[in-house]
Design a protein around this ligand. Sequence first.
Ligand code: GDP
Length: 178
Amino acid sequence: KPEFAFIGRSNVGKSSLINMLCNHKGLAKTSATPGKTLLINHFIINNEWYLVDLPGYGYAKRSKTVQDKLDKMIRSYILQREQLCNVFVLIDIRHEQQKIDREFVDWLGASGIPFSIVFTKADKLGPVKAKGNVKQWMDALLDTWETLPPYFITSSEKKTGKDEVLNYIDEILKEIKG
Ligand code: GDP
């Protein structure tokens, strides 16, 4: 079955987003302790596609050895998985572009992996500031890339952006079915 993967730095709001998308409170464990997911978790949705919860990258408090192993696992999953339709890269809307996020996005682009950006925690900023940050983030990609990936602005707190992400997944599923 088709797979859609979600990844981001620890504490970016990945578990909250996954739970919002699935209408579920305890599917992916949210916690105030970052860096908990060490495994690749698959959740079957509507008996139609897999939501794949990837471990966070670049978590400073993990030992370098552990993080290197995780990074290898993540990258080999992404490169080898034929069923993988899209990688959603989560970015905290409050922060300016971090090197580690940018490197990961550049790696996806260079590897020809379809991906899109999900800005999280939009409720933490006013709409003007949020839009400004998104524009900055996306514009910075134009240094390297000619075309920009699709992006979504979400808040798991306010339950916004959910339909946009789910509709995007639906469109891809429809395309596959032909
Ligand atoms: P993960 O480590 O990426 O899975 O992040 P979590 O989903 O566990 O969230 C990390 C922290 O951010 C928790 O304290 C969440 O309550 C908080 N959080 C996550 N999403 C949102 C959001 O959309 N808005 C706000 N205000 N807080 C959020």
